[in-house]
Design a protein around this ligand. Sequence first.
Ligand code: RUQ
Ligand code: CUA
Length: 668
Amino acid sequence: MKPNKRLVISLCTVLAIAAGFLIFTSISSDSKQSNLSQSAGEIAQQRGLSPADVNAALKTYVPTGKYDDYIMFSSGGHSGQVLVIGVPSMRLLKVIAAFTPEPWQGFGTGSKESAELLESANMPIGKNRTLSWADTHHPALSETNGDYDGKFLFINDKANARIAVIDLRDFEVKQMIKSPNLISDHGSTFVTPNTEYVIQGAQYATPIPYNSYAPIEEYQEKYRGMIGFYKFNRKKGRIDMARSFQIEVPPYWQDLCDAGKKVSEGWVFCGSLNSEMATGGFGDGKPPFEAGVSQRDMDYLHVVNWKKAEKVVAAGKAKVISGIKVISLQTAIDEGLLYFVPEPKSPHGADVSPDGNYIVISGKLDTHATIFGFDKIQKAIASKNFEGKDPFGVPILDFNAVKAAQLEIGLGPLHTQFDDQGYAYTSVFIESTVAKWTLGGPYHKGDKAWKLVEKMPVHYNIGHLVCAEGDTVSPDGKYCVSLNKWAIDRFTPVGPLHPQNFQLIDVSGSKMQLLYDMPIGIGEPHYVQMIKADKLNPWLVYPEVGYNPATMSVDPNAAKAGKEGIVRNGNNVEVNMTAIRSHFNPEHIKVKEGDHVTINLTSIERARDATHGFAIDGYNINLSLEPGESSTVEFVADKPGVYPFYCTEFCSALHLEMAGYLLVEPKK
Ligand code: RUQ
Ligand code: CUA
């Protein structure tokens, strides 16, 4: 049998088995002309698709007009944004502006509301310097009883220790905070099971508060790490800094955290590296960080009792530093809030199993997944089973007493997710694989427990891994996505900076199956969470005309239909303007050079997707006005001349006519 014949036959078998409807019969009467008359087998043969390709295509294809089952929220990396992606189609649905300007959404491009947001989390970094980028790492969906509730999303900026709060009613940022006392964060953001707190672990230790100075020689005495607990007020949809606190921790580089759930609710686990307290100095004849930080075989998992810490704060035992309550390291030790567990080697991910009892640790220079039992940790704490104390006096629990299992899964494990069948999936960076393994009791018993089941190659150098609701109390299984750092040869070359590669994996069967490659054109994404699409219930238009997304209510100053006009008060000119297909009202804004101009602009549209933009040429202004939205622009008309303004959304046949003039009369 010739190979291509065999291919066709096996293709037909696959297709016939996969689903009866796939063998397309002639739909069109003119079979020679119509694309629809081609059978799936013929198309596959023409395009050179293997049976596995066809199988994968059928599993990922979402027909036109149909929706995806899952939605991923991905960090947008250096872009400071969040990507919203449908699964299994891997279609990009949205880019949410979080920390950096995004002109299409009118974020940071002239609206008063977005300028205030960006300013609120700015930090003093010298004269005339403001932050213009962010390094987003870990999105966290809000949770109720340890399950995603689809209401809010949090994301951190590793570079500046900032956190953004996104409201999933309109998928827009509502709040940004610059965490006091720390300059970088990495173990952020993670939430407690009822989103009581948003958790943030520092990364690179610095003197506290962050803009203070201490020479590097005083690293051990003066530099510190921090773990922040930012109180989330769900009703207001805002972090309440007055009820937030931080815990001072040693200057180890705190890494990823995960909140305990179910049995371990009330605790938080954060990995760390650099328990060596290496200070680098490569170039000054000192060992480089990469060597200094990985001298020891073990670092410390930070085990933190946040429920108790909350009480310690309430009892007035925290002191205020930079405007936030801080529990000192000594108090944390004295009150039994902080314990260490030795973790091998160059640890990275810390992930809690769905039942809350296991904490999975992966060391970047290790070949194991190391699993600690929360029950064992509690026992060791209660019986003071310590193998010693660190240089700061933090008790170190006995490694063997708290270890539940350790299994060899491959070189360079990073992050772990879970499914609904008691399996764990760990990304293995150096090997470029996903390792699937079994959890122990109650998931798998006897010799079925703690077994490596399968390893699947991915392309290439997987960082994080996400599975459907895979870090909640009730994971869904079905899909995982491998978030690869390198793409190398997977896509048409687009220059030396390659796209990142998200690879969709079907985990519903007994073997993992690679389904699809999605290039990500902005980098570098880190973590992603994947939520069942029907848990999201966003607005389709703003609920009422005149809605201000910054306050999520009707703005008393919103321009109203029938009340449009221009009011001058000395040098202040206030314009009340409405937008509807296909005109602005008013269309002429006449001001004098030097006037302070405020434009209150309301879209009085009620039709779904009838968005208008509002750009003023030459004034660096662009707003986006979704149906019902009101927004404000304030500027000084310091450049005389005539400046067209226009709608930047192709909203109707007469969209080009949706325009006007800003006339700035020169001073005499
Ligand atoms: S952490 S993969 Cu923030 Cu692993 Cu990047
Ligand atoms: Cu409104 Cu174009």
